[in-house]
Design a protein around this ligand. Structure first.
Ligand code: PMP
Length: 277
């Protein structure tokens, strides 16, 4: 499978970036992960809008028009129906290592494909951890050290995800958004700089509205999460994942809940419709 790097399509092993790239030295860049189903990028416009917003958030402009992105994606995904696209835009190469942004710098643009991994739909364990990240979590920055350490802490404790808590309020997962079923209502924290505006999160809310599932965007106290009937994690790579154990305590009946089963069916039907459209 070929990758795209700064205008060229080439084998992964031949794609090389300078060690002076600001992405490497400072984590100075942003990224997107876009699922491809049936050979079509899923929720493409939404991902490209978020890319624009992330770039603007770090004082960059989108290096390519939407049509060019779509063209690159089309060439990379040819022949494989279901996979992910990973794209990364860094500030680019600068001859001198200096925190301040150089006046003249050209972005590094990289895109690759990766295979879809099976999703553990029978449910996963999660742990709550203190949200130690910076305060601009709405930007999909490649600077993921805190997320890496938090996810590893979760893995060390036998869990699949860390659910992050800031001042007693749930923000999101280390690489996912969080939903909880509280008093029969599907609840997720409202968008703010504390969390990434997940494309899957927005789709779940949209599908809930369309299908008469009661849902609200409302802050969740960690104590309310701990007594929630159901907890889900959402992301482009894991879709809607039920959490069956939180901090060693079972969630509901320790099985994927009834509302999850309903939303999972709705979500899969939506994917199928797009696949065959
Ligand atoms: N929050 C964080 C911190 C993430 O890294 C991700 C996925 N990369 C998400 C939420 C979920 O976003 P999406 O549904 O767009 O994949």
């Amino acid at each position: 499978c070929l990758v795209y790097l700064n205008g060229d399509f080439l084998p992964l092993g031949e794609a090389k970036v300078s060690v002076l790239d600001r992405g490497f030295l400072f984590g100075d860049g942003v990224y997107e992960v876009i699922p491809v189903y049936g050979g079509r990028p899923f929720r493409l416009d939404e991902h490209l809008r978020r890319l624009d917003n992330s770039l603007r958030g770090i004082r960059m402009t989108n290096p390519l028009p939407d049509a060019r992105w779509a063209d690159i994606f089309g060439r990379l995904i040819a022949g494989v129906h279901d996979q992910y696209l990973y794209l990364q835009v860094t500030r680019g190469f600068a001859p001198k290592r200096d925190h301040a942004i150089p006046a003249e710098v050209n972005p590094t643009v990289f895109v690759m494909c990766s295979p879809i991994a099976p999703i553990p739909v029978s449910g996963v364990r999660a742990v709550t951890l203190d949200d130690i990240r910076w305060q601009w979590c709405h930007i999909k920055a490649i600077t993921l050290l805190a997320n890496v350490l938090l996810r590893q802490e979760a893995v060390d404790r036998g869990a699949a995800e860390a659910i992050l808590v800031r001042d007693g309020w749930v923000t999101e997962g280390a690489a996912s958004n969080v939903f909880a079923v509280i008093d029969g209502v599907l609840t997720t924290p409202p968008k703010s700089s504390d969390l990434l505006p997940g494309i899957t999160r927005d789709l779940v809310l949209e599908l809930a509205l369309e299908n008469g599932v009661p849902a609200v965007e409302q802050r969740i106290r960690v104590d309310d999460l701990k007594s929630a009937a159901e907890i889900w994690l959402t992301s482009s790579t894991r879709e809607i994942l039920p959490v069956i154990e939180l901090d060693g305590v079972r969630v509901g009946t320790a099985e994927p809940g009834p509302l999850w089963s309903r939303m999972q069916a709705i979500y899969q039907a939506y994917k199928e419709r797009l696949r065959s459209a």
